[in-house]
Unconditional design. Structure first.
Length: 296
């Protein structure tokens, strides 16, 4: 396979899509995986006797080469080197595609605070970055941008000095170019409210000792938003972190993550599948590749 063929890199990237992951979890196999693997000759890149998991690792190894990396490679680096490296799945939580104002955050890690990571891979433009950072500051105390080596200078020039800038090196290491400042006091309570599920917003208010208004469902959203507008930003942010760590808890995924190859662990953390489907997913990943190439 030509390593610089863009079409083949797109196909390899699709192996790590939610469609493949969910299909394996639901059925214990994936016809889409087989078609994609067939399209790029993935079996020929793997050793004899390789499993489906080995094939994912091989595809990941091709994708993580600098200049060819997609967003999933960056998510995986953050998952392993920060979420599971610095923290743990039992003590921290991770959110993906989390609404923040007019934007969706690529990835958020909740530990003692809420830190958002905006990914700017080799394939991304920096055109929207200033607007994204401004929106993230309304919800998260700490904003980081993680970029390729080629983008770092542009990112440093584009974002305010309180924004952290990280670099994913050609050797797949994360370095800190500039440390982000933790500022829970600057969040916008109304924007935080719009980011939460209704039950989470109610839980936050109860924890802060606020009464939940007894109004018809059609009026509840507006009533809750009015109460949120009155809250102290720092106190609200801290309670938001505590609530989301509970409602988006990753502990149930610890056993599953341990049973998957490293290349699929970020998918397991960010793509929801039913607890009852974990066994099928692991069985699919452990299937010999030669057998999986007959999946339909």
């Amino acid at each position: 396979m030509a390593r610089n063929n863009k079409t083949e890199l797109v196909v390899l990237s699709r192996l790590f899509s939610s469609a493949v992951f969910r299909e394996m979890a639901k059925k214990g196999r994936s016809g889409l995986f087989r078609r994609l693997a067939d399209e790029v000759g993935l079996e020929g890149l793997c050793d004899a006797g390789a499993s489906v998991g080995d094939a994912f690792d091989r595809a990941f190894a091709v994708l993580r080469v600098s200049g060819q990396r997609n967003e999933y490679i960056y998510r995986s680096a953050i998952s392993h080197k920060i979420l599971m490296g610095t923290h743990s799945l039992r003590t921290a939580s991770m959110l993906t595609e989390f609404r923040a104002g007019a934007c969706k955050a690529d990835l958020v890690i909740l530990n003692g605070t809420a830190t958002v990571y905006e990914i700017k891979s080799e394939r991304d433009s920096l055109a929207r970055l200033s607007n994204q950072v401004a929106n993230y500051k309304k919800v998260f105390a700490k904003v980081n941008v993680i970029a390729s080596e080629d983008h770092v200078e542009g990112v440093l020039a584009a974002v305010p000095e309180d924004t952290g800038v990280l670099c994913l090196s050609k050797r797949y290491q994360i370095s800190t170019e500039r440390e982000g400042v933790n500022r829970p006091d600057r969040v916008c309570p109304q924007t935080v409210f719009e980011s939460l599920r209704s039950a989470e917003a109610v839980a936050v208010l109860k924890a802060l000792g606020r009464e939940i208004p007894q109004v018809p469902n059609t009026q509840l959203h507006g009533a809750l938003r009015t109460i949120f507008a009155d809250l102290d930003p720092s106190i609200l942010h801290n309670e938001m972190v505590r609530t989301l760590k509970r409602t988006r808890n990753l502990t149930p995924l610890v056993e599953l993550v341990d049973q998957l190859p490293e290349s699929l662990q970020a998918a397991a953390i960010s793509i929801p599948v039913k607890r009852s489907e974990h066994i099928k997913l692991v069985e699919a990943v452990e299937t010999p590749l030669s057998i999986a190439m007959a999946w339909s």
